[in-house]
Each structure stands twice: as structure tokens, then as C-alpha cells.
Design a protein around this ligand. Structure first.
Ligand SMILES: Nc1ncnc2c1ncn2[C@@H]1O[C@H](COP(=O)(O)OP(=O)(O)OP(=O)(O)O)[C@@H](O)[C@H]1O
Ligand SMILES: [Mg+2]
Length: 311
């Protein structure tokens, strides 16, 4: 396991690649909302001094308990929110606003309800390539519709699509503009388990074909291991910190079957579960001491049948 020093975060192949995004000592402080007994001007620090690099073509996932600030950090990366201190650098430039170089897939699908499935994707292609002709836009759009298994549903509006299909449209829309960085905030959380598995695999294939750089937030530990090159673990808020980043050395292309048979899977999964157990909130608001958690069931040497592990 690597610790939180920048050089040791990177496995060798990733370290050789160009820098895609730098999260540079980012801290976020919010005002305390009224009605919680707060005085005007009270603030709370969600997370502090988060720093890590993402290399081109890398798939990095962030896992941590609810409220530690994962979505806040992703929104800052997307340019929807601003850091209190520090900054995000993409392609050598500081992020100050949303842009087509950073496409976001939200948990809530966020499609335009008045547009068809095809047009929801086409509108993104058009904003990235305003000089393309109609047939060029159509051809590129159709390619991504087909890749995400949406062929035949082009003319349907989002209301007529299942949750899984809506999220496929969201993923096609994000990939089709070939962004520098893709930002995914729990993209599969609202999808049933069977469909989720299929879409995860489709997305993994799309990611490998496109060599995109991905930052994803998830609560699903197996999803994180299946998809990621590295997994970033956040400690609990307030004042959450990036505790460590773990390398996932399972060969690609991966299948779920290969993953669960790999000793690396057990090692990484148990390490993450230990971390999460040791940071679990107790009824009094404290976190469970790490020493106790280490005596619990998550033993790195075991290789038992996986149970669903979500934070
Ligand atoms: N605009 C805001 N103003 C004030 N507080 C906010 C704002 N946005 C988020 N917060 C607070 O910041 C903290 C982190 O929220 P965030 O949504 O980033 O957590 P998260 O790690 O994504 O949680 P979850 O896993 O439940 O999605 C929470 O305590 C939340 O209430
Ligand atoms: Mg969130």
C-alpha cells in the first residue's frame, strides 16, 4: 500500500504518463447553514489540503463515508464550485469555470427531458465541434449511441427510458466530446444491480477504447476495484483528508470473474473495508479506533465469497 506522498501514489506505468489533472492543496470551507444553532459567520471546513495527481488515461476512484466532501471536490474539479484555498489544474490551466474539457456524469442522470436520447448526445457533440456539418454530427453521435447499447432508442425522450438507459445516455454524452477528464459522481447508484454490472462493463470497454482520464466517486467498493487503477480513500469530515491512495494491480482487460479470483482483489478489498470500518461514525459522533477495526473480520489473507460492500 502506498502512503500519502505524491511520488509513491503512482504505479510505474502511470507515473510515466503525462499529467492530466493536478489537485493542488485544495481546502473547502462552507458557511454553517442557519437553523443549526450557528452564529452568522460560522464556518466549517469540509476537507483540507487534498493533493494528488491524475495521469493521462488513468481511472481513479474516490471512496469515503457520506459527508466527507467527495461531491464537493468533484464539483470543484468540474468548475461548478470554487476551492477556498488551493486549485485544480487541467492541461496546465487552473479550473475557474465549467468546460467541455471536463464532462460530468451525475447520479441523477441530468438529461434534457425535452430532447430525444439521440439529441441529448448530439447537443454535446455540437458544442464540442461547432464547425461540423449535420451529417458529421449525426455520424459521431450514432457511434456513441451504438457503443452504449442504445441503438433503436434514438427517438425516445428520457421519460420513456429506463434508469439504466438514461445513465447510458449520460455516459455516451460525456464520452462523445472526448474530454480531457471525465468526472463521475456515483454514476451507477440509481441503477439496479444487474443493469449496473452490464453498464460498468460497457463503460470500462469505452474507457479502454478512448483512453480517457476518469475521476469517479463511488460507495461501492467492488465497483471501485473493478474499474480503477488507483483508489483514493478520504477520512471522515469535517476537516476530511486524503488518507491514502491504493494501487489496484489487477491486469486489464478485467472481467468480474477474473477480479474476484485475483489475490490482489482480496488484498485491496480488505484494506479498504478495514479503512472504512476504522472510520465508521459511532452513535456519539466519534470514529471507531483503528486498532479495534483491525481485529474485525477484514483479514487480508482471507479470500471468502464477496458480500456487497458499500459505504
Ligand atoms: N453549498 C453548501 N453549503 C453548505 N454546506 C454544504 C454545501 N454543499 C455541501 N455542503 C456540506 O459539505 C459536506 C460534504 O458534502 P458532500 O455532498 O460533498 O459529501 P459527499 O462526500 O459527497 O457525501 P455523499 O457520500 O453522501 O454523497 C456536507 O456536510 C454538506 O452538508
Ligand atoms: Mg456525494
Amino acid at each position: 500500500m502506498s502512503n500519502n506522498s505524491e511520488a509513491s501514489h503512482l504505479n510505474h506505468s502511470a507515473a510515466d504518463r503525462k499529467l492530466a489533472m493536478k489537485v493542488d492543496h485544495v481546502t473547502k470551507i462552507f458557511p454553517v447553514l442557519k437553523g443549526s444553532g450557528a452564529k452568522t459567520g460560522d464556518t466549517f471546513c469540509v476537507f483540507k489540503d487534498v493533493k494528488f495527481d491524475v495521469r493521462e488515461g488513468e481511472f481513479i476512484t474516490m471512496v469515503g463515508h457520506s459527508g466527507c466532501g467527495k461531491s464537493t471536490l468533484l464539483n470543484i474539479m468540474a468548475g461548478f464550485d470554487k476551492p477556498s484555498t488551493g486549485g485544480i489544474i487541467v492541461d496546465g490551466k487552473e479550473v475557474t469555470e465549467p468546460g467541455l474539457d471536463r464532462m460530468v456524469v451525475f447520479q441523477s442522470f441530468a438529461l434534457m427531458p425535452w430532447l430525444t436520447c439521440f439529441d441529448n448526445v448530439r447537443v454535446a457533440v455540437r458544442s464540442a465541434h461547432p464547425d461540423w456539418s449535420g451529417p458529421e454530427l449525426d455520424e459521431h453521435t450514432q457511434k456513441y449511441i451504438d457503443m452504449m447499447g442504445l441503438t433503436g432508442s434514438e427517438k425516445k425522450r428520457p421519460a420513456l427510458l429506463s434508469g439504466g438507459m438514461r445513465q447510458r445516455v449520460g455516459i455516451a454524452r460525456a464520452f462523445c466530446v472526448n474530454p480531457k477528464v471525465l468526472l463521475l459522481d456515483e454514476p451507477f447508484a440509481q441503477i439496479d444491480a444487474l443493469t449496473r454490472g452490464v453498464i460498468q462493463e460497457e463503460m470500462m470497454a469505452m474507457w479502454q477504447r478512448s483512453n480517457a482520464t476518469v475521476f469517479m466517486v463511488t460507495h461501492d467498493v467492488d465497483e471501485a476495484i473493478l474499474l480503477s487503477d488507483r483508489i483514493a480513500l478520504m477520512s471522515n469530515g469535517p476537516e476530511a483528508e486524503l488518507a491514502e491512495i491504493i494501487d489496484v494491480n489487477i491486469p486489464r482487460p478485467r472481467t468480474r470473474q477474473q477480479m474476484i479470483e485475483s489475490p490482489e482483489y482480496s488484498r485491496v478489498r480488505n484494506h479498504i473495508l478495514r479503512f472504512l470500518i476504522s472510520h465508521q461514525k459511532q452513535p456519539g459522533g466519534s470514529t471507531e479506533p483503528a486498532g479495534k477495526a483491525l481485529t474485525d473480520s477484514a483479514d487480508e489473507s482471507t479470500n471468502e465469497t464477496p458480500q456487497k460492500a458499500e459505504v
